[in-house]
Design a protein around this ligand. Structure first.
Ligand code: AMP
Ligand code: GLY
Length: 439
């Protein structure tokens, strides 16, 4: 297929985190990438393009900007703008846009919808019921075995899932969500489901609504504390590919989960275009779906972009043009990891504005593939003041490295971390450890 030579002006609508920096980093290596604009951005994306003073949820302003600047391609990569229907609005305005429609992204923004979808299409998931009424939910819980999992149906920044060890704590959780509305409107409905056990993994697939291409497997580490203890976070570190996810397991996941999900969405009139990211648990009865995300994961993306060998713009264009079957997606035959460095207090309250000491040789600014030791530091919550790089969020930096195996990649990332510091910096020292111990 002859390639169009024109450089594309690209707008990325996202959450201004490490995912957006990593996607921008990868895209800017494409010979067809022109100017990049980020809404929102961080100090990392500012090295690649222009951070706009428009929020990712200000759809009308974003459309106005895209028209005025003659943006060739807009990517919508975060959950909030997807749930608002940003993709639909851009399409309606006649703009070229990548990402799932509001109806397709409902797989993520309504857990009640996604669980009903799984039931309807016979997809493997935890047994569940959905409630809006506190008394009915309480009665149901009183008849179930403990522990039990209670989820606010709407988006709650990864905080809307509570694992309850006793009936008393389950009742209190239901009251918090349904009556006291601690998650606001997101908790108008709850999903109550069976507690599953097993290793948790992340699966990603590009989809054009008809064809799909699956990524290598990966794993996030969601808890703040080592040994998977403490509170849930946005994700403290990722590794890929997973040695324990064999080709047989991947085939099963593809046949039993990815393909039927995408077919189900198409059959139901909401074909999924973009990246589908199911979170799975490998239970003793096989892989089961914990949740769907309608976007790239963070920090999965930081790890994946280190492994992706093909031009991301080619894949994105093929998705929009529904020709994903015509592109070959190559992954480096290496291992990669990302270790997140977070602010003191995260995922609870934390302070911002701490000066970051980050040696410039560690940042992988294109055309360089990686900094020292092939390490790339992706920015999450960072910003530049007049003279300093400072912290500006809970998760601050993602230190990512590749290696011929996971041991090498992790050693490189941790070695680089020794050279980075800011007041109160915390990170998990055991990313990938349980996987390596499995042998
Ligand atoms: P979710 O946002 O639905 O992925 O849930 C957040 C986290 O809660 C997951 O990453 C799991 O660690 C945990 N979780 C969710 N559902 C279950 C379940 N049915 N059984 C056990 N753990 C779960
Ligand atoms: N890695 C967690 C998320 O992106 O939701």
């Amino acid at each position: 297929m002859p390639k169009e030579k024109k450089r594309q002006k690209i707008l990325m609508i996202g959450a201004g985190g490490g995912r957006e920096h990593a996607l921008g980093w990868k895209i800017s290596q494409s010979p067809r990438a022109g100017e990049l604009f980020f809404a929102r951005g961080n100090a990392g994306t500012a090295q690649l393009g222009i951070n706009l003073d428009i929020k990712e949820t200000e759809t009308l302003k974003l459309i106005e900007f895209a028209k005025k600047e003659q943006i060739d391609l807009t990517l919508v990569v975060a959950d909030d703008p997807l749930a608002l229907g940003t993709v639909d609005e851009f399409r309606r305005a006649g703009l070229r846009v990548w990402g799932p429609t509001k109806a397709a992204a409902k797989l993520e923004w309504s857990k009640a919808f996604s669980k009903d979808f799984m039931r309807h299409h016979n997809l493997p998931t935890a047994k569940f019921e959905i409630f809006t009424d506190f008394d009915k939910a309480k009665k149901y819980v009183s008849e179930q075995a403990m522990p039990i999992v209670i989820k606010a149906s709407g988006l709650a920044q990864g905080k809307g899932v509570v694992i309850c060890g006793s009936k008393a704590s389950a009742e209190k959780t239901l009251e918090d969500i349904l009556v006291r509305k601690v998650f606001g409107e997101s908790g108008n409905e709850v999903v109550i489901e069976e507690f599953l056990t097993g290793p948790e993994i992340s699966i990603h697939a590009f989809s054009d609504g008809k064809n799909y291409k699956i990524f290598p497997s990966s794993q996030d580490h969601k808890k703040i504390g080592e040994g998977d203890t403490g509170l849930n976070t946005g994700g403290m570190g990722t590794i890929a590919p997973l040695p324990f996810v064999t080709a047989d397991i991947m085939n099963k996941i593809e046949k039993e989960i990815v393909a039927p999900t995408l077919k189900g969405m198409a059959d139901d009139g909401a074909p999924f275009e973009g990246v589908l990211y199911p979170g799975l648990m490998l239970t003793k009865d096989g892989p089961k779906i914990l949740e769907y995300n309608a976007r790239f994961g963070d920090p999965e993306t930081q790890t994946y972009m280190r492994l992706l060998d093909s031009d991301l713009l080619d894949i994105i264009d093929a998705t929009i043009d529904k020709k994903l079957n015509e592109v070959e997606i190559k992954w480096k035959k290496m291992s990669a990891c990302t270790v997140m460095l977070a602010s003191k207090g995260y995922p609870g309250n934390y302070e911002k504005g701490k000066v970051i000491n980050l040696p410039p040789r560690l940042s992988g600014t294109p055309p360089q593939q990686g900094g020292e030791g092939n390490v790339v530091v992706f920015h999450s919550g960072t910003k530049m003041t007049r003279q300093d790089l400072v912290t500006n969020g809970g998760r601050v930096l993602g230190v990512s490295a590749t290696g011929s195996d996971l041991t090498e990649a992790l050693a490189k990332a941790y070695k680089a971390i020794d050279k980075i510091s800011f007041d109160g910096m915390q990170y998990r020292k055991d990313i990938g450890k349980s996987t390596l111990e499995q042998g």
